[in-house]
Design a protein around this ligand. Structure first.
Ligand SMILES: Cc1ncc(COP(=O)(O)O)c(C=O)c1O
Length: 353
């Protein structure tokens, strides 16, 4: 079927570019100690997770317990929840899940560690723990090495927990367009991490894993050889925000929209914030430039759009943020030269947990 037959707005992925992005990532990590642990939050699509595992991924990263449950249900056996799970009901469910897969979770608080240990003991399971180290993002994690060591010891005191190592995700530098600034900050953070790792080793608690990184920092992380796991997600699709960086990955994800109104320098399409994530930036139309875009729930108003599409005709948009866009859809169409060749369900999206 030709993509013009799809009801819009529809999310489409260009298969050839997707394949190129996969090959580029494989080439980047070849001969590197860094292993891919791709982030599920990007696509929340079990079929694509299995494709990434076949590409050589060590396991999957995810943001939430709901995503971990979806991954395990699809048969993925090595899962990292790259966040803290603190709700007692979720801790119990996570402890049960640890019986179905090798489960790792991030921690940054002593009482949370005790609660996870108790749940794991109650379920007779083992949970692996990464202590989150804050490199300046100010989201989660500890930034004092002494506090880190105390938490590692606490994990070591529980028989149903294993101290696995460090999560250090510097999300605040992932989208820096100044490559030199990104390089300088990455080197600074790596020096801090090397010192932390030396202290852990000296205390007899070496970190087997150092997990983090993003699509934006993937080239630097592969070259540096310090991290053991790369949590990149967006590399498969890219978006208009990542397009601003000089990265070896290309845009494969597009939102197919239809022009619903056109007059005096204003072109309006049937996609808006209910089908396209804009929190990192506006979408970019293919086929013409724009002065600016105004968003509403079901419309984007393209001011000064230079393309020639009339009402009823299609415009392809590069989403501002691939991850939040996909979460708004139930399915992804895989296309090859404008022909639909597959349709994949976003299996993890409906789970609010
Ligand atoms: C914990 C964590 N790791 C890695 C990433 C990197 O994802 P991406 O490659 O899509 O930038 C994110 C993005 O939000 C994240 O939250």
């Amino acid at each position: 079927m030709h993509i013009d037959r799809l009801e819009t707005p529809a999310l489409i992925v260009e298969e050839k570019i997707l394949r190129q992005n996969r090959e580029t990532m494989k080439a980047l990590l070849k001969d590197s100690p860094l292993q891919l642990r791709p982030h599920y939050k990007t696509h929340k699509c079990a079929a694509l997770a299995h494709m990434q595992m076949k590409d050589g991924a060590k396991g999957m990263t995810c943001a939430k317990l709901g995503e971990a449950l979806d991954l395990a249900d699809s048969g993925i056996e090595d899962i990292l929840i790259a966040n803290q799970i603190t709700d007692p009901k979720k801790i119990r469910r996570m402890a049960e899940l640890a019986g179905d897969c090798r489960l790792t979770v991030c921690v940054d608080h002593a009482e949370n560690i005790d609660a996870i240990a108790k749940a794991a003991a109650d379920h007779s399971t083992t949970i692996h723990c990464l202590i989150e180290f804050d490199l300046g993002m100010e989201r989660c994690g500890v930034s004092d090495p002494k506090e880190f060591l105390a938490l590692a010891e606490r994990i070591g005191s529980h028989s149903h927990l294993r101290f696995e190592g460090i999560q250090a995700y510097a999300g605040h530098i992932s989208h820096l367009t100044d490559a030199q600034q990104m390089k300088t900050l990455t080197a600074e953070y790596s020096a801090t991490l090397r010192s932390l790792m030396a202290q852990l080793k000296a205390h007899g608690m070496p970190a087997a894993t150092l997990s983090g990184g993003s699509t934006g920092t993937s080239v630097l992380k592969a070259a540096e050889g310090l991290y053991t796991e790369l949590q990149a997600g967006s590399y498969l699709f890219m978006d208009s925000t990542y397009r601003e960086l000089e990265l070896p990955f290309r845009n494969s994800l597009f939102l197919l929209s239809t022009v619903v109104s056109r007059r005096d320098g204003l072109t309006v399409v049937d996609a808006g914030v209910k089908t396209c994530g804009v929190e990192q930036g506006m979408p970019v139309p293919i086929g013409g430039s724009v002065d600016h875009i105004v968003d509403s729930e079901e419309h984007f108003q393209l001011h000064g759009y230079t393309g020639s599409e009339k009402p009823g005709e299609h415009i392809l948009l590069i989403p501002g943020h691939c991850c939040s866009t996909i979460n708004l859809h139930e399915k992804l169409y895989i296309v090859d030269d404008c022909k639909v060749i597959d349709r994949l369900p976003i299996t993890g999206r409906c789970i609010g947990k």
